[in-house]
Design a binder for this molecule. Structure first.
Ligand SMILES: *[C@@H]1O[C@H](CO)[C@@H](O)[C@H](O)[C@H]1NC(C)=O
Ligand SMILES: *[C@@H]1O[C@H](CO)[C@@H](O)[C@H](O)[C@H]1NC(C)=O
Ligand SMILES: *[C@@H]1O[C@H](CO)[C@@H](O)[C@H](O)[C@H]1NC(C)=O
Ligand SMILES: *[C@H]1O[C@H](CO)[C@@H](O)[C@H](O)[C@H]1NC(C)=O
Ligand SMILES: CC(=O)N[C@H]1CO[C@H](CO)[C@@H](O)[C@@H]1O
Length: 429
């Protein structure tokens, strides 16, 4: 290629970039300039796809539903191509956005929100509101949970189960680990997030007065989980066969939409392992730790307050089959009837939470709800010491702190028995 044509190519790219920028940026800039005030929402509802949003945007006949969220539609540069706008009440008190599904969409959209000049998010509560799969050992169709932890399943090594090493119960092991039971030795920082439990409990309190919706199909379908194994007279899935309820529970997030008993159990194990036994996998999600990572980065720069995040998920389907059907049937053939009721239950319970926050804004919520537990990520990016993760011996890449631990053969090991054994295994003992 001749130099001149290279130059013109480069210039061409430049011109292209400029016109792209003008085309894309102008509408949003003028959107921002047309308003004389920056919006400081009290609550932003974070949904992932249109059915979750529609439950809020068109809340027909729900008593006490909040004022319409379609009074202002504001384009935010960087939002998903399919969902370019955030929707707000006329007052700006509550807004709603759709991230798009999966972790990449969630992280990109929330990062764009965090850096938008149209909003002041410093006092905003974030209500993540999405449907989920449910672990029948923990809960049932149409349950609504408020989470303390979100754990990331995807950051693992994976063998196809047909080729997995002898003696393994799953094809997955943590990054850097040489066995499924071993704590990962490589951490990306997004494996585990912990949220403000004082706020979680207040939200749960508001939501508990809700009368949850259920469907006749779900009533019938859940009963299948009552099947008893020959050896035992008590049902294996006690929680799966009760009526839907509002509960505490943790989220396991994965881009892969898996189905089946073994992957479900593997996710239970990973959730326990990554959180050092603190988290229990109750609901699935495809976005939450991406959303939480983007919010955490905003919080690290004081753009928003990570103690104001509420994670709510409602069960649309079971993650694994009942004892009489296959995993294939669980995904493809059975009618579980939880989709509509889980969507509705998020809106019913979430409305109580939002009303609670707005009603007691000046007396309680404006100044924030102080957490009494650790909040943040595995690195301790926001300060404090997580009860999970490997960073306790001055090896923290963000904080470099040293909170003391024992050493095996010159190598640092974690607190407790499992840390000790993991370190031994890692060294070939
Ligand atoms: C916002 O968008 C919705 C459709 O998504 C529309 O019905 C509504 O009128 C819009 N609001 C305004 C103020 O334009
Ligand atoms: C989960 O962990 C338990 C206890 O260590 C083990 O018995 C089981 O096989 C594991 N399940 C899977 C699918 O890895
Ligand atoms: C978590 O467990 C791992 C081993 O499983 C250990 O290395 C680590 O130190 C533990 N973290 C904390 C905070 O106890
Ligand atoms: C969030 O968690 C899921 C499931 O554990 C994981 O696959 C994903 O990579 C995590 N996302 C981020 C951005 O860390
Ligand atoms: C089922 C139900 O209550 N439907 C009502 C919803 O609200 C509209 C408008 O107020 C009524 O016309 C419906 O009867």
């Amino acid at each position: 290629m001749k130099f001149s044509s290279l130059l013109s190519l480069l210039l061409g790219v430049e011109v292209c970039t400029a016109s792209w920028f003008q085309r894309r940026a102008t509408p949003s800039v003028s959107n921002i300039q047309e308003r004389d005030t920056i919006i400081a929402p009290k609550v932003i509802i974070i949904t992932m796809f249109p059915p979750e949003a529609d439950a809020w945007l068109h809340p027909a006949n729900v008593s006490n539903s909040i004022d319409t969220l379609l009074a202002q539609n504001i384009t935010v540069p960087g939002f998903a191509p399919l969902y370019p706008k955030i929707h707000c009440q006329a007052s700006g008190e509550a807004c709603l956005l759709i991230t798009g599904e999966g972790e990449i969409n969630a992280a990109s959209t929330i990062t764009s929100l965090v850096h938008s000049t149209a909003f002041d998010l410093r006092h905003t509560y974030f209500l993540i509101s999405g449907i989920a799969g449910v672990n029948p050992n923990q809960g049932t169709l149409a349950d609504v949970i408020f989470a303390k932890f979100s754990v990331q399943f995807g950051l693992q090594y994976e063998f196809d189960a047909r080729e997995m090493p002898k003696g393994w119960n799953t094809g997955y092991a943590g990054l850097g680990a040489n066995h499924p039971d071993m704590y990962p030795t490589a951490t990306y920082g997004t494996e585990v997030f912990e949220l403000n439990t004082n706020l979680r409990d207040i939200a749960l309190g508001f939501a508990s007065s809700a009368t949850l919706i259920d469907s006749p199909e779900s009533v019938k379908y859940r009963a299948n989980y009552n099947l008893q194994t020959a050896a035992k007279s008590t049902p294996k899935f006690k929680q799966a066969i009760r009526k839907p309820a509002v509960k505490k529970g943790d989220v396991m997030c994965s881009d892969v939409y898996y189905t089946g008993t073994l992957l479900g159990e593997s996710a239970e194990n990973t959730t326990r392992l990554y959180s050092n036994g603190s988290a229990t996998y109750y609901m699935t999600a495809q976005e939450d730790n991406a959303t939480l990572e983007a919010l955490l980065r905003g919080a690290a720069h004081k753009v928003l307050d990570f103690s104001r995040v509420i994670l709510m998920r409602s069960a649309a389907n079971f993650d694994r089959p009942h004892p009489a059907i296959t995993s294939y049937d669980n995904l493809y053939t059975v009618v579980q009837g939880g989709f509509g009721s889980s969507l509705k239950n998020l809106q019913i319970t979430g409305t109580l939470v939002i009303r609670g926050i707005i009603n007691e804004w000046s007396t309680r919520f404006e100044q924030g709800i102080k957490p009494s537990n650790y909040i943040g990520d595995i690195f301790g990016t926001l300060g404090g010491t997580p009860e999970f993760g490997p960073y306790i011996v001055g090896n923290n890449p963000v904080q470099g702190r040293d909170v003391g631990a024992v050493t095996v053969a010159g190598n640092p090991v974690g607190k407790g028995k499992s840390g000790y054994h993991a370190a031994l295994r890692a060294q070939g003992f």
